[in-house]
Design a protein. Structure first.
Length: 357
């Protein structure tokens, strides 16, 4: 067994609430840079990064290479957070005409994806999934073939059938039903895929990341071949837990006779939050069976939302700032745990900067 563990970062979906995990990672990266040098980035400390929906966007931002220096990340964690503040209000812009035309999203998708796609092109350009600096996993769902799709950079490097433009990958993983039109994207071999947000089945992709890591050979960076759980360090980031005081209850008296129109938004909310909670439970149980020295190497970091609106599309300046402050409050209250994570990431940093085959 290698002394250094395979380090995994997993980031939940959650729309504009991606500000929360983004700010947490901004703190972690800041500490790594303070201790290890200003040139350090998130990609230097994780061997596999997984994300769904907004988490998939962050995954891409952390791993996309700089065109002028292809062995280094293009963006730092602060620039990833800025994507939300600079583009969120225009991505989630429900103007009066669109509100009337779609009956508030009841008869058609709620938002025009044109600005979203423009922003993704600005950030990702023509970079491919195969270009990412580290192994990655991003979840989406194929509505025509009725199956889960996992975009992985390792498979993308092996065959054009599994390679896509990164802007299309992140557009697909964040195409929340009723919010955005599902995209039709094309692999490098020309095959078409009609996809929706991976949050419909894997809003918390941490267990998917665990399974993906089990089949990867990390020996060329001085780590395990097909690591078992004891050889992993998993950092799983939520996008803002809704505290019991603020979690929207679906009262029996109001829903016992509800029809499709009323149940659809409730089911979407329950599915995404329920999936995240289930995966957290499963990983806690897996790690709880390990030895005392290994059982604490699963960290679930899921700040509360504070005074922010939990809706995934409230990109008003006031709400985005409330999300940022909620993350900062969590950091202040849990600095010891986050600093333990930083120390572990430094201790388990890979030996060699080699690309995984």
């Amino acid at each position: 067994m290698s002394e250094k563990k395979v380090t995994i970062l997993s980031i939940d979906g959650g729309g504009i609430r991606g500000i929360i995990p983004g700010v947490v990672m901004e703190y972690i990266e800041g500490e790594l840079r303070r201790i290890e040098g200003d040139d350090k980035r998130i990609a230097d400390y994780f061997d596999l990064i997984a994300g769904t929906s907004t988490g998939g966007i962050l995954t891409g931002l952390y791993l996309i290479p700089d065109e002028s220096n292809p062995t280094r990340p293009k963006y730092d964690a602060s620039e990833a957070v800025n994507l939300y503040f600079l583009n969120g209000p225009k991505i989630f812009d429900l103007n009066l005409w669109n509100r009337i035309r779609t009956l508030g999203g009841m008869t058609d998708e709620k938002y025009d994806a044109a600005y979203f796609e423009k922003a993704l092109k600005n950030y990702f350009g023509d970079s491919l999934l195969s270009d990412l600096l580290k192994p990655s996993l991003i979840a989406a769902y194929d509505i025509e073939k009725r199956r889960a799709v996992f975009f992985t950079s390792i498979e993308a490097k092996e065959t054009a059938v599994r390679n896509f433009k990164m802007r299309d990958v992140v557009r697909a993983t964040s195409s929340a039903p009723t919010y955005f039109e599902p995209p039709l994207i094309y692999a490098e071999d020309g095959a078409a895929y009609a996809l929706i947000d991976g949050g419909v089945f894997a809003n918390n992709p941490a267990l998917c990341a665990y399974a993906e890591a089990r089949k990867i050979n990390f020996s060329n960076i001085g780590k395990a071949i097909e690591p078992c759980g004891e050889e992993m360090l998993i950092i799983s980031l939520g996008s803002g837990a809704k505290s019991m005081a603020r979690k929207r209850p679906y009262l029996y008296r109001k829903y016992k006779d509800a029809g499709k129109l009323k149940w659809i938004p409730a089911v979407i909310d329950i599915m995404t939050s329920g999936n995240s909670e289930t995966v957290d439970y499963q990983l806690m149980q897996i790690f709880d069976t390990m030895t005392p020295s290994d059982k604490n190497d699963y960290h679930r970091v899921d700040p509360g939302i504070g005074l922010a609106n939990p809706e995934m599309d409230d990109a008003s300046p006031a709400n985005m700032e409330a999300l940022r402050q909620a993350a900062k409050a969590y950091i202040a209250e849990n600095q010891n745990e986050l600093d333990v994570i930083v120390s572990k990431l430094i201790a388990h940093k890979q030996d060699k900067k080699e690309e995984l085959a």
